[in-house]
Design a protein around this ligand. Structure first.
Ligand code: NAP
Ligand code: MG
Length: 491
């Protein structure tokens, strides 16, 4: 008997291959029953309040403030005072110290933040732990580095801060979107009033404690929770110099209309319907992983999700077969368990929207596939879904589903791929899978999308600008480009 056979005989054979649960401890997070609004470095009692829940089991987590127009006004005044009383005239090297401090505290408290992000938002803990929180810290580190180098970044243009920035963020990456917004604004010497999304306020509220620890001067960052009405009050406020918005195209358009003629600066990061384009010469298994990451990462609640898959006709059959097999191995379940790949849908509202569009796909004649998986009874869940036989005119190929639903279409030539990929009002991102470098470059030039990934998907880095074309918005976040919206130039 060889050594290896002997070892095999001794190894216990598992009865089945399901994973043992590996729950992350909830105890690392100390939740309060009630949260106020964070204004001028203090907790202020809100005019109204609402309850925030865990989408995985509908359990109530805390009561949070619903900021009224008066509350927003107080926050804007606090931000204005902090701007005038020193923050804007602080040397860049001093502002950098605060940003570095915030970044380090985010790292130190990463476990706590990751657990809370998964609890309140429904995303798998391995994602908040390995993606959201580390990237949030990376943004603060990165922009801390720019704070004292703005004159070199924009030579001969005399950059200065804009003033008070109103920032409105969505629920799909709550802490990361907060970091994308705050880090460049503060690095440039602005003060901020930020509104988190209604369904995911808790990491932003915990972040206020990070600010306290970092001893950021009061009023430099103010956080007002609430629903769309709070966002609208912030947009309307005459004391705000700049609005930065990430969210749906509909709300983005309404904000743009509202701000027309006011002289306020505006950046919009809106929806997407990205094309992930797979050529027949690609590394097929690698592409399958990229497709899965592209659409099932964060339950598909990703503005740049690869929700339209374009496969070259000659490999469509084997690719779809591999993809379906791979879907069978995706684990859907408890966001606080370290095993699942796909967590809970963020809200009932979003779940209903996904269901409506999936029903429309079936009605219009697309063929649906969902792997066998048992979904938890409580909470909001949706199985990973693939549609084949999709025509470009179907709603599932046109509208943003913002859920774990992929539409597969085919093409024959690169020109046809480009034409179909660009056939959308959006233009946030795209993916190209091919072995040929020249084809990657040619495609990247033809595709009307702010980011084009080659042989990978959903890669983010603070040094790399991100933003849209067409109805996906304008302005860039990340990189050197991400500083510009927060600066005024004396030319
Ligand atoms: P949303 O309804 O547009 O909300 C975005 C934010 O705006 C939330 O904080 C929301 O508050 C607030 N809001 C709602 N109505 C408002 C109004 N009239 N005035 C000012 N603020 C208002 O979008 P969502 O459903 O939360 O997020 C999903 C959408 O965001 C998707 O379409 C997705 O593509 C897009 N998104 C884009 C990016 C990007 O970088 N381009 C990133 C993430 C998400 P409530 O929470 O109360 O609704
Ligand atoms: Mg909304």
């Amino acid at each position: 008997m060889t050594e290896i056979q002997r070892k095999q005989d001794r190894a216990p054979v598992p009865k089945d291959w399901t994973y043992a649960p590996a729950p992350e401890s909830r105890d690392v997070v100390k939740l309060q029953d009630r949260y106020g609004l964070f204004i001028g470095g203090e907790w202020v009692e809100p005019g109204e309040s609402y309850e925030t829940i865990s989408p995985a089991n509908e359990e109530t987590l805390a009561t949070v403030g619903q900021a009224t127009a008066e509350d927003v006004d107080r926050a804007v005044q606090a931000a204005r005072a902090a701007f005038s009383n020193g923050w804007s005239s602080l040397p860049g090297s001093e502002r950098a110290k605060y940003l570095f401090r915030i970044a380090r505290i985010l790292q130190e408290r990463s476990r706590e933040l990751a657990v809370l992000e998964s609890l309140n938002g429904g995303k798998p803990i391995k994602e908040s732990r390995d993606v959201d929180v580390p990237l949030a810290a990376a943004h603060f580190f990165y922009y801390a580095g720019w704070a004292d180098k703005l004159e070199y970044a924009f030579p001969n243009r005399k950059p200065g801060p804009v003033g008070v920035a109103g920032q409105i963020i969505p629920w799909n990456f709550p802490l990361l979107m907060l970091a994308w917004k705050l880090a460049p604004a503060l690095a440039c010497g602005n003060t901020v009033v930020l509104k988190p999304a209604e369904t995911t306020p808790l990491t932003a509220l915990l972040f206020c404690d990070v600010l306290r620890q970092a001893e950021l001067p009061p009023g430099v960052v103010n956080i007002v929770t609430g629903d769309g009405r709070t966002g609208a009050a912030l947009v309307e406020h005459p004391g705000v110099d700049k609005i930065a918005f990430t969210g749906s195209t509909d709300v983005g358009k309404a904000i743009q209309r509202r701000l027309a003629g006011t002289g306020k600066k505006l950046t919009l990061e809106l929806g997407g319907k990205a094309a992930n384009i797979v050529f027949d010469d690609c590394a097929l298994d690698q592409a399958v992983e990229g497709i899965v990451n592209g659409i099932y990462f964060n339950q598909g609640h990703v503005c740049c999700a690869g929700s339209r898959l374009f496969v070259q006709e000659s490999i469509a059959e084997p690719l779809v077969e591999k993809l379906k097999k791979r879907l069978e191995t995706l684990r859907v379940g408890d966001p606080l368990d370290k095993n699942p790949d796909v967590g809970a849908i963020n809200s009932k509202l979003q779940l209903d929207r996904i269901k409506e569009l999936v029903a429309a796909g079936e009605e219009e004649g697309a063929e649906i596939y969902q792997p066998p998986c048992r979904l938890p009874e409580k909470g909001y869940w949706f199985a990973p879904t693939v549609f084949t036989n999709v025509a470009q005119s179907y709603r599932i190929a046109q509208e943003e589903i913002f859920g774990p639903v992929l539409s597969v279409l085919t093409f024959r030539t690169p020109e046809e791929a480009v034409e179909k990929a660009n056939n959308t009002p959006y233009g946030l991102s795209a993916g190209v899978w091919t072995e040929k470098g020249s084809r990657i470059l040619w495609m990247a030039k033809q595709l009307r999308a702010g980011v084009v990934w080659a042989n990978t998907f959903n890669r983010f880095d603070p040094t790399s600008p991100f933003g849209g074309y067409k109805e996906s918005g304008f302005g860039r976040e990340g990189g050197l480009h991400g500083l510009e919206p927060y600066l005024r130039f004396e030319e």
